[in-house]
Design a protein around this ligand. Structure first.
Ligand SMILES: Nc1ncnc2c1ncn2[C@@H]1O[C@H](COP(=O)(O)OP(=O)(O)OP(=O)(O)O)[C@@H](O)[C@H]1O
Ligand SMILES: [Mg+2]
Length: 310
């Protein structure tokens, strides 16, 4: 008997990225994001949560083990991602667990689980997994911890990104266990080109149940966050704004009935950059941020849907 199993896809909303993995991460998957210092691991993962919360009605939990919540919030504001507001709106939760590192893994997992449940979240980022394992000296502890975490994540019914910090020059990805358990592995690399310019590229090494890209892809961290470049380096000279609209070919927000310059700027700062994004926005989120009624927000979303379907 043949079962046609359809794997539901969880989009990152990152331009061009989802196309490389058949539309998004497989549902309920555990993804390892391995990369060098400053490669953009935090940016990519935060963008996944931000897009989820603002465009896909997906709630998310970000767990900071490596940096403090305050630094995280400040850095993300540089991309125009107001996580503080999302947290106030109950669309994300940011847990700063660095101070409770001594209190043990199980307690931290309980805190994460409680937050995931009370928020009804289905996206989770642990930044970083390496920071948790640093507290464990014996390999046996690490093994136990990984299995504990894996079982926990499968129960949590979410897509999780576990960040693994890779020292420069190191060729090994993880500790030899998590790579086999993970449903997907993405590798972020920084390198110097022949002109000594710092460049970035990523590879997808594994994505279960997915016909994923097998070539390396160039990317950059820009004021818009994670951007795939892919052989379009001349575009680096263009303004980021222009690049974005050229890449996506999406409909301008100003074409949506009810959206003027002021609202369009406000929406952009919330990560809603096109009529297509707006069509998928959550009315409650929109209403609270544009300071309009839920009804008016639904109307605008309807207008956006109509515009793109025409
Ligand atoms: N607003 C910005 N505009 C352009 N580039 C930025 C901006 N903010 C950060 N970057 C670039 O991104 C890098 C940091 O990205 P990020 O913090 O996501 O990396 P990371 O892999 O999480 O780093 P770490 O290993 O330190 O945790 C910086 O070193 C810088 O090159
Ligand atoms: Mg980081």
């Amino acid at each position: 008997m043949v079962h046609a199993m359809i794997i539901q896809r969880i989009p990152t909303g990152i331009p061009k990225f989802d196309e490389l993995i058949e539309g998004g991460f497989p549902e309920n998957s555990m993804i390892l994001l391995v990369g060098y210092p400053g490669a953009g691991k935090t940016t990519f993962s935060a963008q996944f949560l931000y897009n989820g919360a603002t465009r896909h009605r997906a709630k998310g939990v970000y767990v900071c083990f490596a940096e403090t919540k305050e630094t995280f919030l400040k850095n993300m504001m540089r991309f125009g991602w107001d996580f503080e507001r999302l947290e106030k709106d109950g669309r994300v939760a940011i847990l700063d667990l660095s101070v409770t590192r001594e209190s043990g893994l199980q307690k931290n997992l309980d805190t994460i689980m409680e937050t995931m449940t009370s928020l009804n979240a289905n996206r989770l980022v642990i930044d970083s997994f390496s920071a948790i394992s640093m507290g464990l000296k014996e390999p046996i502890d690490i093994r136990v911890m990984i299995h504990l975490l894996y079982r926990f994540l499968k129960k949590a019914n979410c897509v999780s990104i576990l960040i693994l910090d890779q020292p420069w020059g190191s060729t090994s990805l993880g500790e030899g266990i998590s790579e086999f358990l993970a449903d997907g592995i993405i590798h972020f690399e920084t390198y110097f080109d022949k002109n000594e310019i710092l460049r970035r590229r990523f590879r997808i090494l594994k994505m279960r149940g997915t016909n994923h890209t097998r070539t390396p892809h160039e990317y950059d961290i820009t004021s818009e966050g994670f951007v795939i470049l892919d052989g379009e380096k001349s575009k680096e000279e263009k303004s980021r704004e222009e690049e974005y609209s050229v890449r996506r070919g999406f409909t301008d927000l100003l074409e949506v009935k009810g959206i003027g310059v002021k609202r369009s700027n406000l929406l952009r700062s919330l990560g809603i950059r096109s009529a297509e994004d707006l069509a998928e926005a959550d009315p409650k989120f929109l209403a609270s941020n544009l300071k309009i009624s839920r009804r008016a927000a639904s109307k605008i979303i309807k207008n956006a849907r109509k515009l793109i379907s025409d």
